[in-house]
Design a protein around this ligand. Structure first.
Ligand SMILES: Nc1nc2c(ncn2[C@@H]2O[C@H](COP(=O)(O)OP(=O)(O)OP(=O)(O)O)[C@@H](O)[C@H]2O)c(=O)[nH]1
Ligand SMILES: [Mg+2]
Length: 289
């Protein structure tokens, strides 16, 4: 049998589980996951290697009706941009819930003319298996999908099957990435995103959307990775919220990020974070690029 390799972006409205799927397919967290919508802000590539194929998956920001922010528009642009050069598109929906946002995603994918595989996620949430079949039928009526694959990304149900199905739609050819490649994102990005995930989980209302994290200095020469980070917020009051009473919230988030990074990279991490007020950073092209 010949080798297959190609590009498969994952598109869908916010919060359907795209990042969770990427991480489970790779068996490594390369893209952050939270229960809050609009978590992912960039297109993030992850490579799944098997003996027969190399699947280059792209996690994308959830497509949404753009708000006034430059960041919102640049997130949608990043998602749609990932369709260019794709071999097949994965569209993700939640089992039992086809919303207007899903129809909009399908329309955008339709413009590309590419083959689309529908991934029906979160099947573990259905009360019974009997609820699944009518929903799969509804999906088949809503769009022209080459395949419809029900999964639970969170529980890992049917993911090997999904990988095999997607591989069938890739062109025959040599691997696109070296065998050790996992993601196109560098260590600085992954450290910053990990802290952003923990801060997002530890803050509420508008704060997760008003904060951003960047690594300002990185030293990997010693046994431990030493990183300095800047946490950006939009307003002075959010600075206090993110830091928390006695610095406890920032400290807790930093510890959670450090422990998860140590598990992934199998070496110690030291993170030092400063919180700075950068008014309207989400409208600044420099931060949104
Ligand atoms: N019950 C259940 N929850 C899931 C499943 N997959 C993902 N989730 C949860 O759904 C939420 C959103 O997951 P993400 O992977 O961050 O979703 P996303 O589509 O990447 O979201 P955005 O980046 O905001 O577009 C998280 O709380 C996940 O744990 C699943 O199969 N079952
Ligand atoms: Mg995501």
């Amino acid at each position: 049998m010949s080798f297959r390799a190609g590009l498969a972006p994952i598109l869908g409205r916010p919060n359907v589980g795209k990042s969770t799927l990427l991480n489970r397919l790779l068996k490594e967290k390369v893209s952050i996951e939270t229960r809050k919508p609009q978590t992912t802000r960039h297109a993030i590539t992850g490579v799944r290697h098997t003996d027969e194929s190399q699947l280059v998956l792209v996690d994308t920001p959830g497509l949404h009706v753009p708000g006034a922010r430059l960041l919102s528009r640049s997130m949608n642009r990043a998602a749609l941009g990932s369709v260019a050069g794709a071999d097949v598109v994965l569209m993700m929906v939640e089992a039992g819930r086809w919303l207007a946002g899903d129809t909009r995603v399908l329309e955008e994918i339709g413009k590309s003319g590419l083959t689309c595989i529908l991934v029906v996620n979160k099947i573990d949430r259905l009360k019974s298996r009997e609820e699944l079949f009518p929903f799969l039928e509804e999906c088949a009526e809503r769009g022209e999908f080459a395949e419809i694959v029900p999964i639970s990304a969170l529980h890992g149900d049917n993911l090997d099957r999904l990988g095999e199905v997607v591989a069938q739609y890739l062109p025959e050819g040599d691997p696109l990435y070296p065998p050790e490649a996992v993601t196109d994102r560098d260590l600085s990005f992954r450290i910053a995103e990990m802290l952003r995930e923990k801060l997002t989980l530890n803050t509420h209302r508008e704060v997760p959307y008003d904060l951003d994290v960047a690594v300002t200095s990185l030293d990997t020469r010693g046994r431990a990775v030493v990183a300095e980070l800047e946490v950006r917020v939009n307003r002075a009051s959010q600075r206090g919220i993110v830091i928390g009473r006695g610095g406890l919230r920032l400290k807790a988030a930093g510890r959670q990020a450090r422990m998860e990074l140590q598990r992934i990279f199998k070496r110690p991490f030291h993170l030092r974070a400063q919180v700075r007020v950068r008014k309207n950073w989400f409208n600044n092209p420099r931060y949104c690029r």
